[in-house]
Design a protein around this ligand. Structure first.
Ligand SMILES: [Zn+2]
Length: 464
């Protein structure tokens, strides 16, 4: 039977918040997700029991957990459009670059989804024992930032710095681990200019009046990621084509300075980088021209990632990303949630009403590649799910605490050995663990993991 007084106590802490509650204060009272915990309930039902029974073997087998299950991690590669076995180039090491946000406003649910999707991947790779260099950039020099700064009368770099900080606050709330590097464009002008120079030297870029354009015709496999054919691109239909471009599909690597805009010295005159070049330059700087995973939202496939591939190959022929991974949109009434349609919610708007872990739960409730439709009902049920999870955690804690109290003090046997796990429970835990890995190695199927573990928790609570 459920003990309602305790349930209410947990509910008051973890479930949905009245707006007057000091959210950040309360969120600190939540146990943090451990590195290996790929989704919210992981530390609860499985890890809590695991830690009691099996700490040593867990440590030993981490690297080959998936292999031990006789399955290797498979991820969907947008380049080949199929699931592939994930094999990093370096033994035990992974280089991963994910496109971050353009910092000129609060981030919306779409940004939250990308961040959480790749956080799940990052945590899972770490859990499998890989050393991961995870790079996620901030675009802090961009037309949108300049436009917004002109409206508010702020310095563009100050404005973008402010929203970079707000983004980091959101990421901490969503319990996304900080990437290894979070480079900003304004700090990497030298790398960007060097790459543009290489592209020009290799005859794939040209200078016109202080602007530098990329010549798409010079790249034989332009369109290899998106399937876009050059002859089908009709850049001129919607936007007036810059007549100085040799091909309408050519894009800016460097933009000559306009009055009132932030600008940097270069051999082509004062100016600033175009959007795409930053990711080619910063990924090469932190991960070299060859690395394992490049990720981002599905809307970045074209033109952003296509142009990145073209630029990187133009600068270095051997450049290669092994796996391109893209997460799906968040939709509202089945329309893409976007700034331009005005149908979006910021992460902050949601976390004012729901616990950030409820939002995290919602964001991984669908497979990362599927569209995820926003609805109040979904968030309510995510809240409930998180509530059940923490209730289960409390149950585990209550059960295990009596064993802990009986544990001999320092210098004696390790704590875990005093807990005798019944054969049935042991079998159940191992089964859960295997199930979890079976689903995660199948292109990170968090949605199945959550559905099944929720059933297990509910069962536990009903019996409890
Ligand atoms: Zn990018």
């Amino acid at each position: 039977m459920l003990k309602w007084t305790r349930a209410h106590r947990i509910a008051a802490k973890f479930i949905r918040y009245a707006s007057e509650q000091p959210l950040r204060l309360i969120s600190k009272t939540l146990p943090s997700l451990e590195v290996g915990s790929c989704w919210t309930c992981y530390p609860v039902t499985i890890e809590a029991l695991w830690s009691a029974s099996d700490r040593k073997s867990e440590r030993d087998s981490r690297r080959c957990l998936a292999m031990a299950n006789k399955k290797e991690l498979r991820v969907y590669n947008s380049m080949t459009q199929q699931k592939e076995v994930f094999r990093p180039a370096g033994e035990g090491k992974v280089g991963m670059y994910v496109c971050g946000v353009t910092a000129y406003d609060f981030s919306h649910l779409g940004h939250g989804r990308a961040a959480v999707a790749f956080d799940v991947l990052y945590r899972y790779l770490l859990h499998l024992g890989y050393e991961v260099i995870y790079v996620r950039n901030f675009t802090d020099v961009d037309d949108k930032i300049i436009r917004r700064a002109n409206e508010t009368g702020e310095n563009p770099l100050d404005l973008s710095n402010r929203f970079c900080q707000e983004y980091l606050t959101d990421m901490a709330d969503l319990q996304c681990l900080p990437p290894t590097h979070q480079p900003r464009v304004s700090d990497h002008m030298e790398q960007i200019k060097d790459m543009i120079t290489q592209i020009i030297d290799n005859d794939c870029g040209y200078v016109v009046d202080g602007d530098v354009f990329f010549a798409v015709d010079k790249i034989s496999n332009y369109g290899c990621l998106s399937g876009q054919k050059l002859e089908n691109q009709r850049a001129g239909e919607r936007v007036a084509v810059d007549s100085r471009k040799r091909n309408p599909a050519d894009f800016a690597l460097w933009k000559a300075a306009k009055p009132g805009e932030p600008s940097w010295e270069s051999s082509w005159g004062l100016g600033r980088p175009g959007w795409h070049i930053e990711c080619s330059a910063m990924s090469a700087h932190y991960l070299s021209f060859k690395f394992d995973i490049h990720g981002g939202g599905i809307d970045l496939i074209f033109p952003h990632h296509e142009n990145e591939i073209a630029q990187s190959r133009a600068a270095c022929q051997e450049s290669c990303v092994s796996h391109w991974m893209h997460n799906g949109h968040v939709t509202n009434n089945n329309e893409k949630m976007s700034k331009s349609l005005g149908n979006f919610f910021t992460i902050r708007q949601i976390t004012e009403r729901y616990h950030p872990l409820a939002l995290r739960h919602f964001l991984i409730s669908a497979h990362y590649r599927s569209p995820l439709n926003y609805s109040v009902l979904q968030l309510e049920s995510a809240s409930e799910a998180v509530y059940y999870i923490y209730q289960t955690l409390q149950d585990c804690e209550d059960t295990l605490s009596s064993f802990r109290e009986a544990t001999p003090s320092e210098g004696t046997e390790p704590k875990g050995k005093t807990v005798r796990v019944l054969p049935d429970a042991d079998k159940c835990i191992k089964g859960l663990r295997k199930d979890f890995h079976d689903k995660m190695v199948d292109d990170l199927n968090t949605s199945h993991v959550l559905t099944d573990s929720a059933a297990v928790e509910r069962q536990g609570i009903d019996q409890g």
